[in-house]
Design a protein around this ligand. Structure first.
Ligand code: UDP
Length: 252
């Protein structure tokens, strides 16, 4: 296990939302051991600061329900979403082993029971794991079809009492336009929920943004491709775009 870095973090408990794209090489699907190791290394460093870490894993690198069911009714829409939820377990298992190979204790928890590979998600048990310094990996989203793991992140974030939802993306934060297409796009340092909802800025799905707004749960959108960024953000450095009603907290 790596030694604990010095300096107090700005957050006590975080929820990290890792989309399926964090598990594969850019533009590809499936799982890249290299990418999983890279992300696990970053998470491990954050845990070494003493921050409690819950992770909601997506499954888009394997399957998205809405895409599979579009244009055909051979596979029913609800079934496709259940397939998508099952895909998140594959990512969760990979991340669990990668973190444990770095000496971090973890628990994989699912909303759909899978007793042979994971614990059921039970709020009080999840809280107890966090308090004991275990990283919890939450797979199968909400357990219900027709929503995404972003919504699961907002719900679990609220019930676990996290300080912030950290949404990992491939770009530096939220821009005025798509930075991968428009070179003049401007990066926002901070935004309020009303602007995100009004302008339909593509950060998380709108249901998730609405839940975070209602529950005054800030979101930090940041670039996970830059090594060390999760740790910098947790230390209170100005990284990514802060979405919330207040200002970014600084380390105490
Ligand atoms: N999904 C679902 N209910 C949930 C979470 C996820 O039905 O609560 C399904 C949905 O089909 C989704 C897929 O699982 O497309 C994979 O999750 P997601 O698209 O959120 O993955 P990401 O985009 O984060 O990789």
């Amino acid at each position: 296990m790596e030694p604990a870095p010095t300096g107090s973090p700005a957050f006590r408990r975080i929820l990290l939302k890792l989309s399926g794209e964090s598990f594969c090489r850019p533009g590809e699907g499936g799982i890249s051991v290299e990418e999983v190791s890279r992300i696990a290394r970053q998470v491990s460093r954050v845990a070494s600061l003493g921050v409690e870490v819950a992770i909601v894993v997506g499954g888009g690198n394997i399957l998205r329900g809405a895409q599979l069911s579009r244009g055909s009714d051979v596979i029913k829409e609800a079934t496709a979403h259940y397939m998508g939820m099952t895909a998140t377990v594959i990512n969760g298992l990979a991340l669990q082993d990668a973190l444990e190979s770095m000496g971090r204790p973890t628990r994989l928890m699912t909303s759909i029971r899978m007793a042979e590979v994971a614990e059921p998600f039970i709020r009080r048990r999840a809280l107890s794991h966090l308090e004991k310094g275990r990283i919890i990996i939450l797979a199968t989203g909400t357990g219900s079809p027709f929503v995404t793991t972003d919504t699961a992140a907002a719900l679990r974030g609220k019930e676990l009492g996290v300080d912030v939802i950290m949404k990992a993306t491939r770009v530096d934060g939220v821009y005025s336009a798509d930075p991968e297409k428009n070179p003049h796009a401007v990066l926002f340092e901070a935004l309020d929920f009303d602007k995100v909802l009004r302008d339909e800025l593509k950060i998380m799905d709108m249901a998730a943004i609405g839940l975070c707004k209602e529950n005054v749960l800030p979101i930090l959108v940041f670039n996970f491709k830059k090594e060390g960024n999760i740790e910098r953000a947790v230390r209170g450095d100005v990284v990514g775009t802060w979405i919330g009603s207040g200002t970014r907290p600084r380390p105490s």
